[in-house]
Ligand binder design. Structure first.
Ligand SMILES: [Zn+2]
Ligand SMILES: [Zn+2]
Length: 779
């Protein structure tokens, strides 16, 4: 429609992540440049604009509005409505409108942009060395937002009144800090300070500021708690064995590998082997921890990551980190001496600290000093963790923990629903997910719900997300396990429809939905444990199904879990159960393998064998995670695990990567069919007894399991006419297993899907539950 001399007026409704990312000034600049009139504003649905001008200018405006959108914007759709030209003049940015429902997505926290970095290190700039510099293209978002719409009074920056210089930038549509809600400077904004555990400020002589003082303390071997974007880290010098060992001892002999922060990409390159795709991940705006192979002889402290082939590395992502990393690295002799340990600020399995008083209290026994600041963190958010992979549709990222930098980006559901949904997730590595229409918002990593503090974060987090995204769940999806605290939470919600989703079905659905697939697929779901509909513990499953339902097509040979949960903590028990399953049922005893003789007494071994034989306190399981535990124990890697998945991780790390041989494993026909993993265990035990190296045995085991799982998928897909395979479950965090399984299936002619945006582990369960509940609500 056009009239009045070829003039045109259009109303554009822009949806997606378009608030707090500089979208209105972008529209304003475009309109000025093209000579258009009209206005733009933020409202509850996103950005609303009206633009008027000659036909050609309006068309150019609309095309460039999305094509040249600011870096943090994610446009989901633009809906246009033609209006009568009004003949107005000028283009205005109007006040935000609250509106009926808050739907405008909030951006994740983003790494400091190049323009801000230049100012940070420019001695002539008024923000030189200011640890809270940011702009519309970068800085904190999700972690400081208390409520929507995203405006300064509803963030934790509300307590800081902008000075005249900052306010002028904030008001000026041509300034890169126009409506940058966390805008601040040394005159008016948050401040950093270095204190002791009592909160008393430390100001040593000869340092420029608190960050400089912290760097000096770190160089002297201190452990410093550092308040970052989403919580506290514990930092120390990564090349200083004495400091790293002390940190490990103070964290209660915690055995998990510590993450590193290198000052820049070149610094990381000297410590780890980076594929180009790893470098891209390291430098991405989300700045995750990237797991990459360590470089031998890099000079890092031995107790940094004992027994691990990979190291978790990240680059600075806030101005405070940039200053700290650069100050610390100044004058360092090599890359190891320039790197910092940056591990989560917690004791063992507790959630990371994020409030100042809490941090001082909880971390007092660990940290020598505290680098604090007075910008509150509203939402505790851990670092995201990723590793890259060569497999699954050309390779890419494999997310192990999705948190800071990604949350709360919306993830599309494969099918849109009419009713609002909440997925409560599993229990370990827990997340929750709220969904409406075709969009789902998966929470940051919450952690182990069996911790009281974590359970509180879970409940508070759900309420926060319901507010942010205006979701009032009518359907609440939960796991089949009646004792999961997430299940109990679901059951306590009044007036909702409950939908129970089998654990491994949720894994299948999460991967399929993320890829927009709602047709039936074959899925290999390998993980530690999840309750099956038959009441037994599943974990090595080949399923055929879609978002609504599934069938168990095959599973691993079932064995006993002698001692129940104790079997997951003590891999030697699984070695015993598997060896028992492998031998003649008439045999008197299970021989104690040589590798375990120093770890377990013959009496204890026989007691556990007796539990497995009788089934007393020994439920049946098809867990793939426990199969890895058994083989790791047989290889002499680990008789007792310090944390979940440790034995499996060590087994992967120990593999001789050049070895391509594979132990055979048959698929026994039946409904369901059975993957006879006894053959793998027999072969591994036999070769170890014959003196074959654990590195070769570990590789042949991995290869054998991968080949058998792939062939089972191809067989099931062939029998049912399916063309797509899904690989998921926590065991597929193992890159060796994932890549070989995926390649074998792809060679067999199927398309392979692996989770990308969400982890294959239980962090993806809540989204899978929401996908299932939404699909079923349509049926
Ligand atoms: Zn910036
Ligand atoms: Zn200021």
């Amino acid at each position: 429609m056009s009239n009045a001399g070829g003039r045109r007026r259009v109303r554009a409704r822009v949806e997606g992540t378009v608030q707090g990312v500089g979208f209105r000034p972008h529209a304003h600049r475009l309109a000025k440049e093209l000579g258009c009139s009209g206005w733009v504003l933020n409202d509850a649905l996103g950005v609303l604009a009206e633009v008027e001008g000659d036909e050609r200018s309006v068309a150019a405006f609309l095309a460039r509005l999305s094509a040249e959108a600011p870096p943090l914007a994610k446009i989901e759709q633009i809906r246009l409505e033609e209006l009568e030209p009004s003949g107005d003049a000028g283009f205005a940015i109007l006040a935000s409108r609250g509106g009926e429902g808050a739907q405008a997505p909030i951006a994740p926290d983003s790494a400091t942009c190049d323009a801000c970095l230049r100012e940070l290190f420019d001695p002539r700039d008024r923000r030189h060395r200011y640890p809270f510099i940011n702009c519309t293209d970068c800085g904190p978002r999700f972690t400081i937002i208390i409520a929507v719409p995203y405006d300064r009074p509803l963030t934790t920056m509300a307590r800081f009144a902008m000075c005249e210089s900052c306010a002028a930038e904030y008001r000026d549509p041509s300034d890169r800090r126009f409506h940058a809600e966390p805008n601040a400077c040394p005159v008016c904004g948050p401040r950093a300070r270095l204190t002791d555990a009592h909160g008393v400020e430390l100001a040593p002589e000869g340092v420029v500021d608190a960050v400089g003082a912290a760097a000096q303390a770190l160089r002297a071997g201190a452990i410093v708690a550092v308040k970052g974007v989403g919580g506290y880290h514990l930092a120390c010098a990564a090349g200083d064995e004495e400091a790293v060992a002390r940190l490990r001892a103070r964290k209660h002999r915690e055995e998990r590998p510590f993450a590193l922060m290198a000052p820049h990409l070149a610094g990381a390159q000297a410590l780890v082997v980076l594929e180009p795709r790893d470098a891209v991940l390291l430098c991405s705006r989300a700045r995750p921890i990237v797991l990459v192979p360590r470089r031998s002889g890099a000079g890092l402290a031995p107790s940094l990551a004992p027994g691990c082939a990979d190291l978790g590395v990240m680059l600075p992502y806030s101005p405070l980190h940039h200053l700290l990393a650069r100050d610390f690295a100044a004058g360092a002799g090599d890359a190891a001496a320039a790197a910092l340990v940056m591990t989560s600020g917690n004791v063992s399995d507790e959630p990371i600290a994020y409030e100042d008083t809490e941090a001082l209290e909880r971390l007092a026994a660990i940290a020598d000093s505290f680098l604090l600041h007075d910008r509150p963190i509203h939402m505790r958010t851990d670092d995201s963790v990723v590793r890259s992979t060569a497999s699954g549709g050309g390779g890419g990222v494999l997310t192990l923990r999705r948190s800071r930098g990604h949350v709360p980006d919306a993830i599309a559901l494969a099918l849109a629903g009419e009713r609002h949904v909440l997925g409560c997730g599993a229990e370990l590595k827990s997340t929750f997910c709220v969904a409406k229409g075709a969009r789902a918002w998966v929470s940051h990593h919450i952690g182990d719900l069996r911790n009281v503090e974590t359970l509180r974060s879970f409940r508070d987090g759900i309420a926060h997300f319901e507010g942010l995204f205006d979701v009032a769940p009518e359907i609440v999806a939960h796991d089949l396990h009646p004792d999961y605290l997430s299940t109990r939470y679901a059951q306590e919600r009044p007036g909702v429809e409950l939908v129970a989703v089998a654990h491994h079905h949720a894994h299948l659905a999460a991967c399929a939905a993320e890829h927009g697939v709602f047709e039936p697929v074959v899925a290999a779901i390998l993980d530690g444990a999840g309750l099956g509909p038959d009441g037994t513990v599943w974990g090595g499953e080949i399923l055929a199904g879609d978002l609504c339902g599934f069938e168990r097509a095959a599973h691993l040979w079932p064995v006993r879990l002698p001692g129940g949960d104790a079997a997951a903590r003590e891999p030697w028990r699984m070695a015993c159960a598997w060896l028992l399953a492998c031998q003649d049922p008439q045999a008197e005893r299970v021989a104690l393998p040589a590798a375990l003789a120093g770890e377990v007494t013959p009496e204890r071994w026989e007691q556990v064998a007796q539990l497995a034989r009788s089934g007393f306190q020994a439920p049946v399981t098809t867990s793939a995670g426990r199969l890895f535990d058994a083989v790791a124990a047989l290889c002499g890697l680990r008789a007792r695990a310090a944390y979940e998945g440790q034995a499996a991780a060590l087994l992967e790390a120990s593999c001789d990567r050049r070895e391509k041989g594979a132990y055979p494993m048959a698929l026994l026909e039946g409904a369901p069919a059975i993957l006879d993993a006894r053959e793998l265990v027999r072969a591994a035990a036999g070769e170890l007894a014959a003196g074959v190296s654990p590195a070769l045995v570990a590789a042949r085991f991995h290869n054998g399991l991968a080949d058998a799982v792939a062939h089972a998928c191809l067989f099931v897909a062939g029998a049912r006419g399916l063309d797509t395979a899904v690989l998921s479950g926590g065991v597929f965090q193992n890159r060796l297993l994932l890549e070989r399984t995926a390649q074998t299936i792809e060679r067999g002619g199927l398309r392979v899907l692996i989770p990308r945006l969400l982890p294959p582990n239980d962090g993806g369960i809540s989204y899978g539950q929401a996908a299932v509940a939404t699909a079923r609500s349509r049926a």
